[in-house]
Write a protein that binds this ligand. Structure first.
Ligand code: HEC
Length: 135
């Protein structure tokens, strides 16, 4: 009989531990990106976001990648392969208004990071366009 009051204590302790566990959703597939709480990202994904801002892709694709004169990259990256992404960003589609970034060293050096950031947005894992670096 004396041991019964112990049980609730055990349950409460267990639940508290579960609540304190970090809400990390590091994505499968060789970890293209890591995001916590929807906006705290690893250094490479952060570099991708900075590249996005620096190259001013938002001018045509919208601040939240929702599309403007250019299509929504949230939608595009659900079907576009990485190879197609790299090709269109490098070579552009000049006749259709997408400029070429092949001579932009920041974009070319950060192509993987840019892709990781945009893919995270498209996957719905990065829930806020303006990300912060995971400490
Ligand atoms: C001057 C406007 C403009 C800028 C700046 C721009 N884009 Fe685009 N982008 C477009 C347009 C317009 C299209 C659609 C081309 C077409 O119809 O095929 C496009 C297409 C794309 C596509 C292919 C989408 C698909 O569904 O096939 C990707 C990926 C893309 N842009 C990424 C980027 C990235 C990344 C940047 C910044 C480094 C960028 N764009 C900057 C206008 C722009």
């Amino acid at each position: 009989m004396k041991s019964i009051p112990l049980l609730p204590t055990v349950i409460v302790t267990f639940c508290a531990a579960a609540l304190l566990a970090p809400a990390a959703s590091a994505v499968a597939q060789g970890k293209l990106y890591t995001v916590v709480d929807g906006y705290k990202v690893d250094a490479k994904t952060m570099a991708g976001f900075r590249t996005w801002r620096q190259a001013a892709c938002d001018r045509c694709h919208g601040a939240n990648q929702e599309g403007l004169v250019g299509p929504s990259l949230i939608e595009s990256l659900k079907t576009l392969s990485k190879e197609e992404f790299v090709k269109v960003v490098r070579d552009g589609r000049l006749d259709k208004g997408m400029q070429s970034f092949g001579s932009n060293p920041v974009v070319m050096e950060n192509m993987d990071n840019l892709y990781a950031y945009l893919k995270g947005r498209s996957d719905g894992a990065i829930t806020r366009a303006r990300v912060e670096e995971l400490k």
